[in-house]
Design a protein around this ligand. Structure first.
Ligand code: GCB
Length: 597
C-alpha cells in the first residue's frame, strides 16, 4: 500500500514538474472563421470538481477500473452535459456561484488528410485551461477573454480521440483581472472551439489597414507559418479591381503598400470590402473596412473629419438570460440597444469581447473601444504579471487587427498609482501596443482625479503616453456635487489632449419612483437627475471628445448585495436586465440626438 502511495507521489511530482515546462497555447491564427474548420461546439460531458481532486486522480487519463476494488471515483460516461460555447454558471443551478474546476470532455472523430496540419482552436476559456488529448497534456492557457490554439498534427489519431479540458475560473491574486472586479465571473468554455485544418504552410497573420496619416495608402504585412516560407503572395479586392502582388522573405514576412480609392468606413456608411489574401498554399477571405482614426491637437478625427464619440459601456452578458453573451444574436441584441440610444461607439468593458460583437458592430456602423482586463488591483510587481499582460495584449491585437470598427485600444481601467510597479509596467505595455499596432488610438482609463471645490484636477503619468485622457467619475453618486454642474472647473496635466469621460452614472431600480432628494436614491428620478447634471457639467469639460455612460443594461455582479434594490445586479443600467427603459435613457437619448453627425 505504502509503496503504491509513494509511486503515486513520484508520478505526481514528476508530472507537475514536467507539466510546468510544457509549452503554453500559441496565439491563435487570425480570422479562424474563414479556415477549413470542424466545429467542436455543442454538448460536452462535465465533471464538477470543486476541490481540484481530479488532478490527483488524473481525470485526463480516464482510467477505467479493472477489478472491483479499483475505485475510480469519476467518469465522463453518464456525466452531465454542458453546452459549448457558454458559461457553466447559468447552465446548472449548482454552478450558479461556482468558482473552481470543471472538467470538460468531447469525443472527436477525425481523420487528418495527408500533408495537412491540424490546430485545436479555443475562442476563449475563462479563466485557465489545461488541455489534454488522448491522455496526454498538450498545453495550457491563462486569460479568459482571448483566443488561443495548439497544433495537434502529430497528436491526433485517425478515428476516435478524447479531448479533455480542465477549466478553472478561480480568481487569482496575480491574475488579470485580479481578485476583485465588478462583474460576474462566468466560467467555462465560453466561446467557440474548432479544429482548423491548414496546408503545411498557412497564412498565420496579416494586417491590411490604413495608417493614421493616410486615407488612400494601405500599409501592412502578411506572415506565413510553415516550412515553405518564401512564396508569391497576392491581396485582391475584387470590387476595386485591385490585385497586389508581393513575395515573402525567408522568415515568411511580406510588407504591403498599395493605394486604392476606398469608400471609407464610417458610422454613417459602414462600407466593407471583400478581401482575399492568397499565398501559393493558402487563401483567406476577409471583409475589411478602411478608415483612419487619429488625434490632431485636442480633437479626434475619423477619415479626416472631427468626430464626437457618442459611447455607451457594455458588459458581455445577455441580460435577458443572465448568461455570458457569446453568439451573433447576443451581439445584435446588445448593439441594437446601443444604436437605438444614438451611439456611434461602444466601450466593450472591461475585457476583449467575443468576435461576433466586433464584427456585428462593424456591420452596424459602431466604433469599438476594446479593453484589457487590467482592472483596479493588479499585482504589477509579481514577476508573472507583466508576461500575462503582454500575452493578452498580443492576443487581443492579433484577433482584431483588421477590424476597422476597433478604433481604440484601452490598456487598463482604474489601476492605482500606489501599486508598486504600476507606472513602469503600464508604460512599457503602452510602448509594446504602439509597436504592435500603430494604426489605432490608445488610452488608459484612470479615476484618480481630485474633485474639490467643484474643480477636477486631472492628472496621471499614464496620460503622457496615451492619445486620449480617459477618466471615470461618479459625481452625484459616489461623490456629492460641490457646486453647480455648469460652474465646474478643470485642471488637466496634459491640457492639449482630448478628454473622454469613459464612465459616469448612478444606480436605479426600474420602477422605483420618488422625489429627487438624498433619501430617495435608487429611484429612476434620482438617476435621471444625475444624468441631467452630468450633461451640464460636460459643457465645462475642456477638449471633450466623447462620453460613455455606465452603462447600457443592468448586469450581474456579486458585490451588489442590496436585498431590495440590487439583488446581485449592478443597477447603473439605462435599461433594466429585462430591457425596460429607465428615465435616464431618455435624457441620454435626446442628448445624443442633438449631435446629428
Ligand atoms: C467603475 C468601474 C466599473 C464599475 C463602476 C461602478 O468605476 O470601472 O467597472 O462597475 O465603477 O458601478 O461602480
Amino acid at each position: 500500500k505504502l509503496k503504491s502511495v509513494s509511486k503515486e507521489l513520484v508520478f505526481i511530482f514528476l508530472s507537475v514538474f514536467v507539466f510546468s515546462y510544457v509549452s503554453n497555447g500559441q496565439t491563435a491564427m487570425i480570422n479562424s472563421q474563414s479556415r477549413h474548420l470542424t466545429s467542436l461546439n455543442g454538448d460536452w460531458n462535465v465533471i464538477i470538481d470543486p476541490t481540484g481532486l481530479g488532478d490527483w486522480r488524473q481525470v485526463w487519463q480516464e482510467k477505467k477500473p479493472e477489478k472491483k476494488t479499483d475505485f475510480v471515483e469519476y467518469s465522463f460516461e453518464g456525466a452531465p452535459v454542458l453546452k459549448v460555447p457558454g458559461d457553466f454558471n447559468s447552465q446548472m443551478p449548482e454552478l450558479t456561484y461556482f468558482e473552481g474546476v470543471v472538467w470538460y470532455k468531447k469525443q472527436i472523430n477525425y481523420t487528418l488528410r495527408k500533408g495537412k496540419r491540424l490546430f485545436l482552436y479555443f475562442g476563449a476559456v475563462n479563466y485557465k485551461a489545461d488541455v489534454f488529448l488522448n491522455g496526454e497534456r498538450i498545453g495550457s492557457h491563462e486569460g479568459g477573454f482571448t483566443p488561443f490554439q495548439f497544433e495537434i498534427t502529430e497528436k491526433i489519431k485517425d478515428g476516435v480521440n478524447a479531448l479533455i479540458v480542465k477549466v478553472d475560473n478561480k480568481r487569482l491574486k496575480n491574475g488579470i483581472p485580479g481578485l476583485g472586479y465588478d462583474w460576474f465571473n462566468y466560467g467555462g468554455i465560453t466561446r467557440e472551439v474548432n479544429l482548423i485544418e491548414t496546408g503545411h504552410t498557412y497564412i498565420e497573420d496579416y494586417q491590411i489597414q490604413l495608417p493614421k496619416e493616410s486615407r488612400k495608402e494601405i500599409s501592412g504585412w502578411i506572415k506565413l507559418n510553415g516550412a515553405n516560407k518564401e512564396q508569391g503572395l497576392k491581396v485582391k479586392i475584387p470590387e476595386l479591381g485591385l490585385v497586389y502582388s508581393t513575395k515573402s522573405d525567408s522568415s515568411g514576412m511580406a510588407r504591403l503598400k498599395f493605394q486604392a480609392s476606398f469608400k471609407p468606413w464610417s458610422p454613417d456608411n459602414p462600407k466593407l470590402y471583400k478581401v482575399l489574401v492568397e499565398s501559393e498554399t493558402d487563401t483567406i477571405e476577409d471583409e475589411i473596412g478602411f478608415r483612419n482614426i487619429e488625434v490632431r491637437g485636442n480633437k479626434v478625427f475619423l477619415n479626416g473629419k472631427m468626430i464626437f464619440l457618442k459611447g455607451v459601456n457594455i458588459h458581455e452578458e445577455n441580460p435577458y438570460k443572465g448568461a455570458k453573451a457569446f453568439s451573433s444574436e447576443d451581439a445584435v441584441l446588445l448593439l441594437n440597444s446601443a444604436k437605438e440610444l444614438g451611439c456611434n461607439l461602444v466601450r466593450l468593458a472591461h475585457y476583449p469581447h467575443n468576435e461576433h460583437m466586433i464584427k456585428q458592430a462593424e456591420k452596424m456602423g459602431l466604433m469599438v473601444w476594446s479593453e484589457l482586463p487590467i482592472y483596479q488591483h493588479i499585482e504589477f510587481s509579481d514577476t508573472a504579471v507583466p508576461l500575462k499582460m503582454e500575452l493578452m495584449l498580443k492576443e487581443m491585437i492579433q484577433r482584431d487587427r483588421n477590424r476597422c470598427s476597433v478604433v481604440i485600444w484601452s490598456l487598463s481601467n482604474e489601476t492605482y498609482t500606489s501599486t508598486p510597479g504600476r507606472d513602469l509596467e503600464l508604460v512599457s505595455l503602452t510602448k509594446k501596443c504602439r509597436e504592435a499596432d500603430p494604426t489605432r488610438l490608445l488610452t488608459h482609463v484612470v479615476n484618480n482625479q481630485a474633485y474639490n471645490n467643484n474643480t477636477f484636477k486631472v492628472w496621471d503619468t499614464l496620460y503622457r503616453y496615451a492619445d486620449l485622457i480617459s477618466l471615470n467619475e461618479y459625481v452625484g453618486w459616489y461623490v456629492p456635487w460641490q457646486g453647480k454642474p455648469v460652474d465646474t472647473k478643470w485642471e488637466l496635466n496634459y491640457p492639449d489632449k482630448p478628454v473622454f469621460i469613459s464612465e459616469f452614472g448612478a444606480e436605479a431600480l426600474y420602477g422605483s419612483k420618488g422625489p429627487i432628494d438624498e433619501a430617495a436614491f435608487w429611484t429612476e428620478e434620482y438617476q435621471e437627475q444625475i444624468y441631467i447634471d452630468q450633461l451640464k457639467m460636460f459643457s465645462t469639460t475642456p477638449n471633450l471628445c466623447g462620453i460613455a455612460p455606465w452603462l447600457l443594461f443592468d448586469y450581474r455582479s456579486l458585490g451588489r448585495m442590496h436585498p431590495v434594490y440590487q439583488k446581485g445586479f449592478n443597477r447603473k443600467g439605462l435599461l433594466s436586465e429585462k430591457g425596460e427603459k429607465k428615465k435616464a435613457w431618455q435624457v441620454m437619448h435626446e442628448h445624443y440626438l442633438k449631435y446629428k453627425k
